[in-house]
Design a protein around this ligand. Sequence first.
Ligand SMILES: NC(=O)c1ccc[n+]([C@@H]2O[C@H](COP(=O)([O-])OP(=O)(O)OC[C@H]3O[C@@H](n4cnc5c(N)ncnc54)[C@H](O)[C@@H]3O)[C@@H](O)[C@H]2O)c1
Length: 400
Amino acid sequence: MAFRSAKPLQVESFLSMAKRVIGIIMNGVTGRMGASQHLARSIVPIREQGGIDIGGGEKLYPEPFLIGRSHSKLEALAAEFGISRFSTSLDEALADPEYRIYFDAQTTAAREGSVRRAILAGKNIYCEKPVAASLEGALALVRLAREHNIKTGVVQDKLFLPGIRKLKSLVDNGFFGRILSVRGEFGYWVFEGDWQRAQRPSWNYKKELDGGIILDMFSHWRYLFDHTIARVRTVGCIGATQIPERVDEQGRPYQATADDMAFATFELEGGIIAQMNASWTTRVYRDDLLTLQVDGTLGSAVAGLRHCKTQHRVNTPRPVWNPDIESMHDYRRDWQDVPDNSTWDNAFRVEWEMFLRHVATDSPFPYDLADGARGVQLAEFALQSWHERRWVDVPDLKLD
Ligand SMILES: NC(=O)c1ccc[n+]([C@@H]2O[C@H](COP(=O)([O-])OP(=O)(O)OC[C@H]3O[C@@H](n4cnc5c(N)ncnc54)[C@H](O)[C@@H]3O)[C@@H](O)[C@H]2O)c1
């Protein structure tokens, strides 16, 4: 009975909280990530629930100002989600002091320049990864943000996926003993665009537009390793452009100039060996689009987007190599699920809430522009490793 009466009381107290509006300029919301993950699945549901509780009897309510290149697309989004302000002029939004946060989910090539303008306008920054197309550009943004004393954040959504959170709790609880190795598989077939429409935008396959799987994905690998397993120390990478011609959104053939697959190995702090295979030219035969296997002296785990399975040393079978007979052993049955002891919101939304609290209340937020720059550093060094055909050390960033 006590449990039943608790919820309405909580709802009532939430409704009676003072509402603090926080304006967010959202640039690139007509794109895939901007529209779906950031607007429709993060900011809109936060608004629908009335905001987020930031303590002290206050709730924070996001008020977006949509920015993009197409007036008609913006108008349609604004109407769909009940948003009053939108414009094709970034300057108009940056000039409005009511909007304290600038968010960027534009193409990678467009990000650095717009983020720089927003910092100069004194806005707090939250943006997609990679934060810039080059390490030099990313570091310039970090320094400029420090000079202007603003708060910054970078999308590191994979950290907030249920499967990765379960994996992190295993690491934090010492489940693995000494971690020996990490093996990740990411990717799926991206259609060429001729007989079936491509699932990803054509700029992804053009080097000259800052496309490429290494620049796109290695930011993810960096924060996943650094924050979940151990800090990245060295990278060795080989990439390729395996599909040289694709067909764009208008049905026109184009030369694919960017890497569409990359296999990389890493040394992590503590002598851990890691490998990540990323490909848009592979067909999926695994439990998820991203899987990470971690092997340790005391146990192993395999994490996907939502699930995580473990095998402790005491449950480890003794495989026998004999290809002359049909194997009767179901290896997957030797693994146990980490239970869903919590409910999990959309990963992008969880990070948005964390960043909004950080801006409003100074609560901690470790995923800042400098952390984003580390992702760009790893991508740049992986490209260097591939082109120079050698391993490259990944030193701590010099931020001053
Ligand atoms: N966090 C993640 O998991 C994740 C996943 C995919 C993409 N991303 C990142 O998000 C960003 C956007 O990716 P997307 O897949 O949504 O791209 P998209 O092509 O679907 O959207 C790009 C957006 O940028 C705008 N834009 C501005 N200038 C442009 C230009 N010159 N050419 C084309 N578009 C321009 C478009 O109008 C659109 O709103 C990229 O930086 C990408 O790396 C992150």
